[in-house]
Structure formats: C-alpha cells, structure tokens
Design a protein around this ligand. Structure first.
Ligand code: GLU
Length: 321
C-alpha cells in the first residue's frame, strides 16, 4: 500500500522536463552569527552561477531556530551582502514566517502514510543509531510503537525512507549517491519542540520559490539525497545541485564565524571598499588568474564553473592581511 502511495506521490505535479524555466539560484544563510569569508565565497559562487546564466538569485534567511538566530544577525547579513555588491532578486524570504507552508507539505507526507512520531530520548537515540560516516543511521524503532505505548511527551516527526539509492550528478563534485535506508534512515522533518527541520523547510522553499540551482557548501552534500527524495515525494522536480569546496585556513581548518581576520567585522573595518576582498576570493576560486581588485558584477562574464576545484581551498590572502 505504501509503495502505491509512493508511486502516486512521486509523479504528482511533476513539471515536464523540457519545460523552460528561468534559472533561479539562491543564497540561504542561517543567521546564527556574523558571516565570515567562507560564507561570502559560497554566496559569490551562488550569485555568479545564476547571473552568468541570465538567471535570478534569491536571498532566503534560514531563521527557523529562533533561539539560535538573534534578530540582529539577519540584518547584519543583509547589510554585509549589500556592502559586497550583491543585488538579490525579489523579496527576501524569512523561514520563520513560513510555518504554514511547512505544515502543508508535512500534511501531504502524512496523508501518504509516510510520517510517524518518534519519542526517542537522546540516550535512546544513541542506542538506536549506528554511525555511518558522519551521519548516524536511525533504525526506525518508533515506527512500530503501539499507540498505547507512546510516552506522554511531545514527539518529533520522522519521514519513512525507502530502501533505495538516490544518485545525482553534482555540478562541481560530480557523481554522488546514498542509500537512504542504509546510510541515513527515517529522518526528522519536525523537531519535538515543533520547529520544522532544515530538510523539510529547505525543500518546501526551494520548490515553491522555483529554485532550479542549489549552490551551497560541500558540507551539505550528504543532505542532497534526502532532499531529492522529499522533492520527488512531494511532487516537485529536484533542482540541480552544486556543492562548493570549503575555505580553510592555512592549517586546513574550516573558517569559523569567530575567527579573527576572516570575520566580516574585521574585513569591513580594514577595507574601505569590497573590491580587493572580492578579487582575493575570485582568485582563490580560480575565476581570475592573477589577483586584482574587482567588483562582483565584473565577475559575471568570467564565471566558469569548471574552474572551481572539488578540493577544499586553503585561503591565500593575496597579501591583503
Ligand atoms: N542555511 C544553511 C547554512 O547556512 C544552508 C542551507 C542550504 O543552502 O541548503 O548552512
């Protein structure tokens, strides 16, 4: 029965593959603090990737988790992006204002019998998950929990995944695949505190905002198969994915929001204009052969995705700091 539901949902509302759609990218920061140069690098690729195809690039603030996202951070992010010369299309969307959208998409999954409440505590989860790489795999134990055995506490919601390998070709990283059941397990779409999970919200938003190209850090590539599954199951065509390498310091450590010179507070106090910094990032991305100050818009014509490396990039500051 479940399989029939799946089939129906997989094909529901699919857009025909030859339907011409305007290329739409997006940058979707979580406002949990001030951005750093790694975030600007990702934003730059997302922006140039869309604009070089004469497309649109949206800005979406992923502030689902109000406790982690102080109000001031979103404003700071918007101001920093403006300073660098980004000019996003359409209205800025805030996930915190889109709960009803996530409710509707969750109902679709519920109607298909694909959602169950999970009451596992942290300790139980520890026992119920086997690590697979970095992602723990949930064994699905609450799926068969009888109603009378449900504890008196609010559950999270999980979506049932099939024993199926989802494969796709990433625009930068190349072939990638994951067996959802063996490498991930039924995953959370709403937390026990009622906050919708990233996986559900990002798919609902990308689908309803007609995003055709998802460009983001390569640390999120393992989420793409879960998202492709949700796109299909909810009746939407999955976008193209491009996962960009991470920017590291000279020791190969990922840049952090707090770290001194890659922090935008430092950058903005040290540089009167963004051109040298954009030039340095473009040089690190392989988009220009020699370092030179440049505006973001000047890079639209030289953007070439094949120049971007698959490997993480140890930031070369080009003598700027
Ligand atoms: N909000 C996520 C982040 O800041 C990015 C999500 C995405 O691009 O899909 O890491």
């Amino acid at each position: 029965m479940l399989t029939e539901d799946w089939k129906k949902l997989y094909n529901f509302g699919m857009k025909s593959s030859d339907e011409k759609q305007i290329v739409t990218g997006r940058f979707a920061p979580t406002p949990s603090g001030r951005m750093h140069l790694g975030n600007i690098f990702t934003a730059m690729i997302a922006y140039l990737n869309a604009k070089s195809q004469k497309g649109r690039c949206l800005l979406r603030i992923e502030d689902l988790d109000k406790l982690r996202c102080p109000l001031s951070s979103a404003a700071e992010i918007i101001d920093d992006l403006k300073w660098f010369g980004f000019s996003f299309d359409g209205e800025i969307e805030y996930q915190s204002k889109r709960t009803s959208v996530y409710e509707r998409e969750t109902e679709k999954l519920e109607k298909a019998g694909l959602v169950y409440p999970c009451y596992c505590s942290r300790a139980q989860l520890h026992a119920a998950t086997a690590p697979h790489g970095e992602t723990p795999v949930y064994d699905g134990r609450c799926r068969f929990l009888k109603k009378e055995d449900r504890p008196l506490k609010s559950p999270c919601l999980r979506v049932i995944v099939p024993d199926e390998t989802i494969a796709f070709t990433d625009g930068i990283m190349g072939e990638y695949k994951q067996n959802l059941k063996k490498e991930c397990g039924d995953f959370i779409i709403r937390r026990s505190d009622g906050v919708y999970a990233y996986q559900l919200a990002v798919v609902a938003d990308d689908a309803l905002q007609n995003v055709t190209e998802v460009v983001r850090g390569r640390d999120l590539i393992s989420s793409a198969p879960r998202q492709i599954y949700l796109f299909r199951t909810l009746g939407y065509k999955p976008p193209r994915f491009l996962h960009v390498p991470l920017i590291t310091d000279a020791n190969g450590e990922r840049l952090s929001k707090r770290e001194g010179k890659s922090n935008l507070e430092y950058i903005r106090s040290a540089f009167p204009s963004p051109e040298p910094v954009i030039g340095m990032l473009a040089y690190n991305a392989g988009l220009i052969e020699k370092f030179a100050p440049v505006t973001l818009n000047r890079l639209i014509d030289v953007y070439d995705v094949s120049k971007i490396s698959k490997k993480d990039i140890a930031l070369n500051p080009c003598g700027l700091f």
